[in-house]
Design a protein around this ligand. Sequence first.
Ligand SMILES: [Zn+2]
Length: 378
Amino acid sequence: MPSNYLTIGIIVDESETREFNTLLQKIIRHLQKQLKKNFPQFKWVFSFLKRKDFPTSIPLDPLELLEFGASLKLEYNLDFALVFTSLPLKSRFNQIVNAVPSNMLETAVISMASIIEEDTNKQVHGLLALCKHVLGHLWGLEHNSNSVMQPHHIWTKAHKLSWNKEEKKHILSYLKDIADPRLEETSKGLKLSTFLFYLHVLKREGISILRDILLFRSWLMMLRLGKFTVATAVSIIFLFLSAEAWEMGAAICPFWLNIGIGIILLAATLSLYFGQNLHKVAKSERIKEQAVRSKLVLFGTLFMGITIFWLNLFLISTTIIYLLPQKILIGWAGIKNNLPIFHFGKIMATFGILASALGGNLEEAQDIKAVLFYTEET
Ligand SMILES: [Zn+2]
């Protein structure tokens, strides 16, 4: 495709009613018109995919639909995929879920269930606002009370429909990157080995990948994983109470400790990445830039999440060590001088990460995926 084309796939179940399809087509027409007006730099192409193999578990799991949409996005070389359904969605973190965007997978799921009852004009307005809110997230926007990026539980006619000036500027620069030809479409990309392909994607998109990783609020990741956090807390409490841990800590040289921390953070990330089959996400027959990008964002987010988790554990451990009676700890550690508080803080945090990596693999695979893939439930 020429470099200014942007294609959005609209994925629906083949068995949806005629009313549903008529309403959806009306919304997409409005959406296309507004996108053309807001971003005339691009040619907006919408392609409808009516699928027989649409997931049908009830209530519909947005995670399953996101993975379904993301695989079709790769198969049909779409830039973004929107999966629409007339059925309600299963919620994981919030009470009401109308839609789930995934910035990482460049795919979103939108349910029309809560809006389907009202009269047509109101429906179109509410759904259009919801679609634009979700697209805004796919294109890297955060919440904002002065535009369509304001979050709502119920989407109605009363809501703002447009992005503000700064948001449009941000979207434009985001979309310019996307509209460039994909690496596998260039003559150079065809000749690259897998390793070099990854390196080239990093070189071309390193900054935008980093932006996505940071945008993903990795620090929230650990908070949502209950077993992960519990395993860590328990192991750290036991560590604090055992003299052996202090003795061993005193014997570890600070230089090797720093190297060990780096290795353990990487190992914990790899253990979760492969333990939870995250490497199978965005799988395609041929190596594709989008798939490689999703994998890099996924791995980076996981690594960032674990590193931030380590930092939190380090701060907590250091504070507890500072508050405990130094005399006893010095006795346990078997040292003569002052207690190196930061050194022991690092050791406790690192043991905690080791335990949490094991705990993380006990966590339901679906929950970890949801935490990683969902930008939000809205
Ligand atoms: Zn939102």
